[in-house]
Write a protein that binds this ligand. Structure first.
Ligand SMILES: [Zn+2]
Ligand SMILES: [Zn+2]
Length: 449
């Protein structure tokens, strides 16, 4: 997941109370009371705080790339077994799933943590900084939890342990989904991650009613939780434009077709998609060319140029419209110069939408997990494959601030080699996960046995 926030505003409980409409679960509720086990969950979380930090540091020191989280999965499965659970491993290649069976009937909540790291060499000066390397696209690269998925795993383990401690009283079940490969994996390995977990039936038995997930976020102050009903994160799709010109000597451009000039014109023309053709009062959108490969030296005009980019949208109609326009612009500009193009658009992750009713229903719980520290977010143009889960069942994805207040102006963003997590924020995230689960289960418990 990547992205930058826009601005935040304080969420008031009054807003939630006036608009609460529980369309979910067996029993409609106006505002969720703390569950009867809330205090015991807090006590269990307080007791496990040193472990939470220890787990996070172990994972941070030992990051693994997507679909290669072998040791991470072993670590997770061992912890889950120590809690008395029976984890299933090898789910969606390297994922781990376990179910907490409550003592009474009720709904099913899924909690998701992604486990993969990025091909980034860590530059943060920490005693537990990563020195790991791996092979990525044929090159040896550093590996780092530069998106903070190490913290997601640690927070979900802590939440799971706390929920197990009150399992007898819990109405319903909790599916713990430790997911591999959230960050993009090579095409040959897709589908992967959340999409593959769903294909393998992770939400089918027991049948999941709602899903909660967290993401640490550098642009939020530590201690705060970021929340947004409706669309939160964008759909992310990638495109590749291969411009075929005709090679010639750099001193005689007239005897060839210069793909660098054609490619440059395509880059410039693509700028008009968002600025001139989309109704951006409806939803924001982004078209970025992030890679332009062409040529080998100053006096050779090459045969080919390759442009690679990303498309971010919050609306399916705009998404389809952009696909068509990118293709038409590339083909039209190329044709004007006698070049040809091949345009490939690869669909990535859908829009991450927080179910509005569920989000409002859980707001009081978030306020209890982070008193006075819940912020309503604007849309973020980053993307997440949590969207696949939230497309299957109502979902809520919450951002956890991890930047100390005095570093807000200078903090490196997620995916940076200098991405830094203030660990004092992690108990808040674990608390949000565990308390949202318990509050939801009790509020939607079946009335009688
Ligand atoms: Zn990421
Ligand atoms: Zn991420």
């Amino acid at each position: 997941m990547i992205g930058r926030p826009l601005e935040y505003r304080r969420v008031t409980l009054a807003l939630a109370a006036s608009t609460l409409l529980a369309s979910l679960g067996a029993t409609p509720v106006d505002a969720l009371e703390p569950s009867p086990v809330a205090a015991r969950i807090d006590a269990a979380l307080a007791a496990s705080q040193p472990q939470l930090i220890e787990w996070r540091r172990h994972l941070h020191r030992n990051p693994e790339l997507g679909n290669r989280e072998v040791e991470t999965a072993k670590f997770v499965a061992e912890r889950l077994r120590s809690f008395g659970l029976e984890p299933r491993t090898g789910v969606a290649r390297t994922g781990v799933v376990a179910v907490i069976e409550g003592g009474r009937p009720g709904p099913v909540v899924a909690l998701r943590a992604d486990m993969d790291a990025l091909p980034v060499s860590e530059e943060v000066d920490l005693p537990f900084a990563s020195k790991a390397t791996a092979t990525w696209e044929g090159k040896t690269v550093g590996v780092m939890h530069a998106c903070g998925h190490d913290t997601h795993v640690a927070m979900l383990l802590a939440a799971a342990q706390a929920l197990v401690s009150v399992r007898k009283e819990l109405p319903g079940k909790v599916v713990l989904a430790f997911q591999p490969a959230e960050e993009n994996v090579p095409l040959a390995e897709r589908p992967a991650g959340a999409e593959l977990m769903l294909k393998e039936g992770v939400f089918d038995d027991p049948k999941v009613d709602v899903v909660f997930g967290l993401h640490v976020f550098a642009q939020l102050q530590s201690g705060t939780l970021g929340y947004r009903p409706g669309p939160l994160l964008a759909a992310a799709d990638s495109f590749e434009i291969l411009v075929q010109g005709r090679q010639t000597h750099g001193s005689k451009p007239w005897s060839g077709i210069d793909p660098i000039v054609v490619g440059s014109e395509i880059v410039m023309a693509l700028q008009t998609v968002v600025s001139r053709t989309l109704d951006i009062t409806h939803e924001p959108a982004v078209v970025t060319v992030g890679q332009f490969d062409a040529g080998v030296r100053n006096n050779i005009i090459p045969d080919r140029a390759r442009l690679v980019g990303t498309i971010r949208t919050f609306d399916d109609g705009m998404r389809a419209d952009i696909f068509a326009r990118v293709r038409r612009i590339a083909e039209g500009v190329a044709a004007a110069h006698g070049a040809t193009v091949r345009v490939e658009i690869e669909k990535g992750y859908p829009v991450t939408v927080n179910d509005p009713a569920l989000a409002r229903q859980m707001l009081p719980t978030l306020e209890r997990a982070a008193p006075g520290q819940v912020r309503e977010l604007q849309k973020v143009t980053g993307a997440e494959d949590f969207s696949f889960f939230a497309n299957r069942v109502p979902g809520l994805f919450v951002m956890v601030g991890v930047t100390p207040s005095d570093q807000m102006a200078t903090a490196a963003s997620n995916h940076s080699p200098r991405f830094y997590v203030d660990e004092t924020a992690l108990p808040t995230g674990a608390r949000a996960l565990a308390q949202m689960t318990a509050d939801y289960l009790f509020a939607n418990a079946l009335p009688s046995r």
